[in-house]
Design a protein around this ligand. Structure first.
Ligand code: PRP
Length: 187
């Protein structure tokens, strides 16, 4: 079990995440009870842990696909630019789409991607995000399901990274400031 307690303060435990995912899945199942057309789209790379746990709790006939976009560099600030690095493998025309995101920060990534996916003529596009940081929002995004609203702190673990590290922590934690000041060389 990966813990790294010396650089991370736990914010949301693995147990709390699992319990919340069960609740989210009950709601998502109700919403999609009548469809056999659901495509669950994970946004790489951050959502890979969340989507893996989510789909195993989701008692529905689904397909899984992935899309990779990037709005961040290796540091901590998001940029306005969104680039698609890997497109969907399958088509979504006429399908119900559930986007699985790890965190909504400014909303710029999802704003871009929901418009992009809408251009492929799906039947519907809905969003589930594990985390949301409302204090950072620049673009309002309609989110159907959200795991946890969190304060404006830099979080890692459960798929989320800092400089591509810490994605394998089983919980969501806050990076101790000494860590990123050491790496970025600033206060
Ligand atoms: C992160 C995160 C979201 C996005 C949220 O992705 O996974 O996709 O930023 O930020 P926003 O709401 O300000 O647009 P990132 O580009 O860091 O890539 P990653 O998923 O590979 O870590």
């Amino acid at each position: 079990m990966v813990t790294r307690p010396y650089v991370i303060d736990e914010m949301i435990s693995a147990k709390s995440i699992a319990a919340r995912i069960e609740e989210l899945c009950r709601e998502i199942q109700k919403e999609f009870a009548d469809t056999d057309k659901l495509v669950v789209v994970g946004l790489l790379r951050g959502s890979f842990v969340f989507i893996a746990d989510l789909v195993r709790e989701l008692d529905l006939p689904i397909e899984v696909d992935f899309l990779e976009a990037s709005s961040y560099g290796d540091g901590m600030e998001s940029t306005q630019e969104v680039r698609i690095l890997k497109d969907l493998r399958g088509g979504i025309e006429g399908r119900d789409v559930l986007i699985v995101e790890d965190i909504i920060d400014t909303g710029i990534t999802l704003n871009y991607l929901t418009n992009y996916l809408a251009g492929k003529n799906p039947r519907s596009v809905k969003i589930v995000t594990l985390l949301s940081k409302p204090a950072r929002r620049v673009v309002e995004i309609p989110v159907e399901w959200m795991g946890f609203e969190i304060p404006d702190k830099f979080v890692v673990g459960y798929g989320l990274d800092f400089g591509e590290q810490y994605r394998n922590l089983p919980y969501v934690g806050v990076l101790k400031p000494s860590m990123y000041t050491a790496i970025l060389g600033k206060e």
